[in-house]
Design a binder for this molecule. Structure first.
Ligand code: NAD
Length: 377
């Protein structure tokens, strides 16, 4: 079976889907591994590194797409790329199927089996394939580093003969995978950290990291069976905003990571709250690219609002491309290995599996994922 890894083309993307160590493991499964020339460059891997791992280097991108049985990627394909793919091939990447209905239709019509990395069920067995978590974890770290680099002060307390510097106050809104890593990182750097999340189970996790959990009584919130937050009512969102106002005004750094799976993120920091913050404060909006948790955030940019730096640069894990590529490549390998038929040396699409059907969007000329099918109907 021919596994192909094309170069990522999204501007600013430094991560690569497969690192040489993982290419070697794919070859050991008995697969033919084709890598587009230059694929590893942005993360510091040369063509020779992949050749040494047992892969072949392909310079003709169209031929690579046309001959692949399985394509291993980070980002969704373009329509032109779908037209190059072999009917019946498997395409594995982030796909954003909740929003990319035209792409899903094109993949269906081409007869491609499209596997969406963000749809991998969040179960204990699938943790090793969970790319949302592996990348969010690194994003949490990067967001704190970014905030620290823009802040005109330090995060830890410093007692010196020249005087005492107080620790910076950091407020993290949303304490899922990224938020918890942001809390841990800010704590390690000596900041005073407060956090809030609508899922009550999170309070203990926040406290175990040495941070303070902001108690807000929003009534019924809870979480879905999959562990995700439920969407708040507009009244609850307003209650949350009011309850956070004072903490935000006293914060040097606010990091927002609040998401509701498959929906637009809630706007939790409004312009008047930003104006209430001290000049030089920093806000990092992790959700900037998908609608934003913060009013006025611009995807891909850092903007100054009333003296506050609002960072919405996005694609956070790409800043630590080497580690992010290692994690993502491991997630992909674990998915392939888990579905590998050792005798026939191929990726077996098994609808009886307890993970795979949850993340297959199209197969055999149909949209087979019920949630996406209903959304597109
Ligand atoms: P996410 O990216 O969907 O959301 C980020 C956080 O935002 C979540 O913690 C959510 O509760 C929070 N949020 C939503 N609305 C909010 C609001 N109005 N105010 C404040 N916070 C708000 O979530 P995620 O980080 O991908 O993971 C969420 C949870 O999924 C985890 O904490 C865990 O319970 C579960 N999970 C399970 C596994 C597994 O078992 N394999 C793996 C990863 C995650």
């Amino acid at each position: 079976m021919r596994l192909a890894i094309p170069r990522e083309t999204l501007p600013g993307e430094n991560r690569v889907p497969i690192i040489p160590d993982i290419a070697k493991k794919l070859c050991r499964l008995g697969a033919d591994v084709d890598v587009e020339s230059g694929m590893g460059d942005s993360a510091g891997f040369s063509d020779q590194d992949y050749i040494d791992a047992g892969a072949s280097i392909v310079t003709d991108r169209a031929a690579l797409f046309g001959s692949a049985d399985v394509l291993l990627r980070i980002h969704k394909p373009s329509h032109d790329e779908i037209a190059l793919m072999k009917p019946g091939c498997i395409h594995i990447s982030f796909l954003d199927p909740f929003n990319e209905h035209d792409l899903v239709t094109a993949l269906k019509e081409r007869g491609v089996t499209a596997i969406s990395m963000e749809m991998i069920p969040r179960t204990t067995r699938s943790q090793k394939m969970d790319a949302l978590s592996s990348q969010a974890n690194l994003a949490g770290y990067v967001m704190v580093m970014k905030a620290a680099s823009y802040l005109p002060r330090i995060l830890p307390m410093m007692m010196t003969p020249a005087g005492t510097l107080k620790p910076a106050n950091v407020f993290v809104i949303g304490a899922g995978v990224a938020g918890l890593q942001a809390i841990a990182t800010a704590k390690r750097l000596g900041a005073k950290v407060t956090a809030f999340d609508t899922r009550p189970v999170v309070a203990e996790q926040v406290q175990s990291l040495g941070a303070k959990f902001l108690e807000i009584d929003l009534g019924e919130t809870g979480e879905t069976a999959g562990g995700y937050a439920k969407e708040l009512t507009p009244e609850q969102v307003e209650m949350q905003r009011q309850a956070q106002k004072d903490v935000i005004a006293k914060s040097d750094v606010v990091i927002t990571t609040a998401q509701v799976f498959g929906r637009k993120p809630p706007v939790l920091v409004t312009s008047d709250m930003i104006e209430g913050m001290a000049t030089g404060s920093v806000i990092v909006d992790m959700a900037a690219e998908t609608g934003g948790n913060v009013e006025g955030s611009v995807p891909g940019e850092v903007v100054n609002i009333a003296g506050v730096q609002l960072i919405g640069t996005g694609n956070w894990s790409s800043d630590v491309a080497r580690d992010a590529s290692q994690m993502y490549a491991s997630n992909l390998f674990n998915l392939v290995e888990d579905n590998w038929d050792e005798e026939q040396k191929l990726f077996k699409v098994d609808f009886e599996d307890d993970i795979l059907p949850g993340c297959i969007i199209t197969h055999g000329g149909e949209v087979v994922h019920d949630t996406i099918k209903n959304l597109m109907a």
